[in-house]
Design a protein around this ligand. Structure first.
Ligand code: G3I
Ligand code: 9MR
Ligand code: ZN
Length: 577
């Protein structure tokens, strides 16, 4: 709905003209007390809406949209405490109803929900938008989202670059491709690592569902699946960040963040930034790079053989460098204040690299490294702390067991740990009012990506042992992200009827268009209120799941980021027909 329509609605509602009562025959403004997945539900899957009203309600109906004809009647469940939101939540279970269509939930005495759909394809649109968001983040090329999103475009940006003194080199340098990281225009190898890794895994796990999805990008129709065409744009930039000795520089950014301007207006110098002293490249970046390039070698082989071989060579060289330089950390050098993605321990990145290299090549040396070291990470796969940009051990462990990992004991232990953790996540999720997998400590900067990564973890467990509870709980996290949450918001721009309107995203803020760019998952609740706007506008002491504001200034709650969208894409792919 356009903002103007929302306002009109509000005015009519205030005047009592919007149609009242519970007949459903007239439009009534939706109530945030009733929560649905605003993309919708799969016909054969569980279907639960949630109600958080001041006092318990009794009955609900599922009504057709528009019109309001009753399609299903049910009783609400008992109110369940949800400690992280402070809400008492009742379930409206309409799983028995499977007829495709558009609906809303009506709860007498409370109100009606935003609309949702039931159908086999309900997540196709969200997948398209979420994956296509990467096209909008492309650096170094003019971008145009096309007739469906007129005026959503930017000219080619950051075409020139330079070596920062911290890189060990000097002078100008070309700048090539990549995705802007987030709301800022930096490009960071570490964050590109988990992002491209997760997206490559999306293809590898769900190829039959995603390979034919056309993303309407310049390469569409070239014989390579579009998801791989898009990922390649960033892999190409990552390849450009590798030095001749195999090491990989940490990032390419300006020294400070630019103003809220379109990317082509950003004339701050785009520097390759290093550690400031020999060897200048850093171990976490090089480990992530090796892992991702090794995975790319597998995935691109059927489509672009030479490219796959180039990726594998790059991965091997990175590994060799890492062997000699296992613990070179990155901190922003003096004068540089863009994102740090600082990580004090690069052993997990190295483990992931060994495992992807072993999986792609079968070489004994990579396998030996993995087997010698995986025990150090045996507690990594657990029901808390899923994978994130700084913690990639899970990916290393899983890829070993999912691939042809030759050591049955290691593969078996990884599988067992994954199933045990998944079982615990399922139980925890079912006990919470909002039925998401978040723990109290998970409401950090980018918390929505934690929910998405729990979903990914559950779908990986399902690949080890098919279990409908794992898939259903993964979908529960998707439902949380798409509207079944304390704010009744879909946290993804342009997905659902009540999405964010003001993400911290420079193109969205600077393009002069009312609505933001489509398909972005915003960071979400952040109990630390880690930016000045949050501290000014979000009251202290709120329950963690409520520490959120849809405000462009609030970068610690409402920024977008490539690594947050990636597990969302994975989860949506898992839910595609
Ligand atoms: O892991 C700890 C946890 O143990 C602890 O309980 C919790 C308490 O606050 O903090 C957790 O660490 C948080 C960390 O993210 C976890 O990933 C830090 O507080 C938090 O400050 C940190 O935020 C990072 C933020 O940069 C600030 O450094 C985000 O993860 C990261 O996504 C974000 O990345 C930025 C880039 O720097 C620049 N580009 C935009 C991008 C997105 O905002
Ligand atoms: O836009 C920046 C965002 O990408 C970062 O995540 C965030 C934290 O590092 O910083 C944002 O930039 C702000 C800067 O830190 C302080 N001045 C205001 C900037 C936002 O316009
Ligand atoms: Zn750019």
């Amino acid at each position: 709905m356009k903002l103007s329509a929302v306002l009109l609605f509000a005015v009519l509602a205030a005047l009592g003209l919007s149609g009242a009562g519970q007949s459903g025959a007239q439009p009534v403004a939706p109530s945030a007390a009733i929560k649905v997945d605003q993309a919708g539900y799969l016909p054969g899957a569980p279907k639960v809406a949630l109600v958080a009203a001041p006092s318990p309600a009794a009955d609900f109906t599922v009504r057709r949209a528009p019109g309001g004809a009753v399609a299903f009647r049910g009783k609400l469940g008992a109110a369940v405490e949800d400690p992280d939101s402070g809400d008492k939540v009742q379930a409206a279970d309409f799983g028995a109803f499977q007829t495709a269509g558009k609906y809303f939930i009506d709860v007498p005495g409370v109100g009606r929900s935003w609309e949702f759909a039931i159908g086999a394809n309900v997540y196709a649109r969200a997948f398209y938008l979420a994956m296509r968001s990467y096209y909008g983040q492309r650096c170094g090329i003019a971008v145009d989202l096309g007739p469906e999103f007129p005026a959503y475009k930017h000219a080619a940006c950051h075409l020139t670059g330079a070596w920062h003194a911290s890189s060990g080199k000097s002078g100008p340098r070309t700048s090539a491709k990549g995705w802007h990281d987030a709301g800022d225009y930096g490009r960071y190898v570490v964050n590109s690592g988990i992002t491209t890794g997760t997206l490559l895994w999306t293809y590898e796990m769900f190829a039959s569902r995603v390979k034919n999805v056309k993303l309407d990008i310049p390469e569409s129709g070239n014989g390579t699946p579009d998801i791989l065409n898009e990922i390649k744009w960033n892999l190409d930039w990552m390849l450009s960040m590798q030095d001749e000795d195999g090491g990989v520089w940490h990032k390419q950014t300006s020294e400070k963040f630019c103003a809220f301007i379109m990317p082509e207006k950003d004339d701050l110098i785009s520097y390759v930034v290093g550690t400031g002293q020999a060897p200048f490249k850093s171990s976490c970046a090089t480990g992530d790079f090796a892992a991702v390039m090794a995975a790319a070698a597998r995935v691109y082989k059927p489509f672009q053989t030479d490219y796959a071989a180039q990726c594998l060579r790059a991965a091997r060289q990175a590994w060799t460098w890492l062997d000699k330089n296992p613990n070179v950390r990155f901190n922003n050098p003096p004068g540089v204040s863009t994102g740090g993605y600082g990580d004090g321990n690069c052993a997990d990145e190295r483990l992931w690299a060994a495992a992807e290299l072993a999986r792609s090549t079968g070489d004994a040396s990579y396998e030996k490294y993995f087997l010698d070291h995986y025990g150090d990470f045996k507690n990594s796969i657990r029901a808390a702390n899923p994978q994130s940009w700084g913690s990639v051990a899970n990916l290393g462990l899983w890829t070993y067991a999912l691939g042809k990992g030759g050591n049955a004991e290691a593969a078996g232990a990884i599988r067992e740990a994954s199933l045990k953790a998944a079982g615990e996540i399922v139980a925890r999720t079912a006990a919470l009012g909002y039925r998401d997998s978040m723990t109290t400590r998970d409401y950090i900067w980018g918390s929505n990506s934690v929910a998405a990564n729990y979903g990914m973890q559950l779908l990986v467990a399902n690949a080890f042992k098919s279990d409908p509870r794992y898939v259903q709980t993964a979908l529960d996290n998707l439902h949380y992200l798409l509207g079944r949450n304390p704010f009744s918001m879909s946290y993804v721009t342009w997905v659902g009827a009540n999405p964010p309107h003001h993400p911290h995203h420079r193109p969205s803020g600077a393009d002069g268009i009312d609505q933001p760019w489509p398909g972005f998952l915003v960071g979400g609740p952040n109990s630390g209120r880690s930016d000045p706007a949050m501290r000014a506008k979000v009251p202290a002491g709120l329950p963690p799941a409520k520490a959120y504001i849809d405000d462009q200034e609030a970068y610690a709650a409402n920024e977008v980021a490539i690594n947050w969208n990636a597990p969302l894409v994975f989860l949506l792919a898992g839910a595609l027909k």
